[in-house]
Design a protein around this ligand. Sequence first.
Ligand SMILES: [Ca+2]
Length: 512
Amino acid sequence: MSRSDKRHAGAAAACGAASSGTTDAHTTRKGLTRRETLLSGAAIAVAAAVPASLASLSGPGQAFANGVTPPNIVYVIADDLGWADVGFHGSDIKTPNLDKLAETGARFEEFYTQPMCTPTRAAFLTGRYPLRYGLQTGVIPSPGSYGLPLDEYLLPQVMKDAGYKTALVGKWHLGHAKVEYWPKQRGFDTFYGALVGEIDHFKHSSHGVKDWYRDNAPLEETGFDNSLIGEEAVRVVERHDPAAPLFLYLAFTAPHTPFQAPEEYLDRYKHIADENRRAYAAMISVLDDGIGKVVAALEKRGMRDNTLIVFHSDNGGVRSSLFAGDSKISGGLPANNGPYRDGKGTLYEGGTRVVALANWPERIKPGTVNGMVHVIDMYPTLAAIAGAALGKNKPLDGMNLWPALSEGQPSPRKELVYNVDPLAGAVRRDNWKLVWKASLPSRLELFDLAADPSETNNLAAANGDKVRDLQDWITRLAEEMTPPLLLMEAVRLTFFAPPMVADPSTLFNLGD
Ligand SMILES: [Ca+2]
């Protein structure tokens, strides 16, 4: 079946913000230039000194020449996991394996992603905000023909250049309609999993169309996708040739809708009466068990001590049915984002501040990383750790955070962009966050996140200068951004589609 036959209409709805509109054309006022603001991260990333302890890892090949083995990297992303839905954030959902990694590693208090799947995954693999390349609005829908632009130089390519073996196990969601967009063509030696944003977890299909692959070929398998993903990740570790370091990107589809889980996992949560919450909890347990098995496999092969494990969600838990995806959800939405406002698809903290940790027994001290971290920072940080050269990539927004990670220093990041698209924008500088809904009826909200992390107290009216400064920053970004690919795709799909035809049977009822 042709991939272009795929239909994923709910994903377009899930983007939520896909109506037309243009940003209010405010005049740019005094202030930092784009380079001085957004790209300050890039400048710092380029200039960032690799810590002395990793000085021998300063370039590709050099690490091997000096007899230093760069670490294996296992980068784990959960899908739509609520901030509070892990044991180490106080949940009754059991996550013993994640809890252990958190206890013996670095826990991030202010780790930010984009508000939805595709943009976060793009930000991670490019080190750049999605507004740079048109993925800032919504997610790639199943009928979407576009993908992460091919002129971006992706993290797995950087890692390959540095001598790593690279594998993606799990969800891609960065382009499926053309083979050029698929993981094997974007720097991954191997790929196993799903290309689109939401699949039936047992049927491995989207709207009845199979979406399950090994490398570039369709794969027929039975089983719960997240169990299969965990088992495949174990195989990747077991078969890995330790002559080269491993970069494993492990992207679970849990606990994204539809809320489904194997019976034996549902049985663990018989005490939860709400069916959605029970299945959601069970999915998180499958994910946690999978991570535990991967850690055990690393230990068995003697790889664990020199392996960096990073874990975070790709966005906050779903708090609005608008962003729940294709699946029809009856009843309440089960995710809990703790103290943070709202959830997936929004620019509030509940959509963007996610549960996150990093664990590397030999190099990262247990503790808390204070200060802002954005998923775009992982590109230069992992490149530095790997001793990989930067240069083929476009200008990065991310910063090398290795010193903060390894030595308990505060994060050097002082500002970040939540997102900017034709409808809305949000930025943060120090503790001040502006959320600007620019489409009509417009709304401005200013929050002091230090005093009010739950974003309950709008201080915009009393702080006009601060609001204007942050509005200027958003406006500059809007003027420079690449137009959202989703909006152009929506126009194409709407206006270049054949006419809708009325059901002929209804004509008979008209008497002619
Ligand atoms: Ca997601």
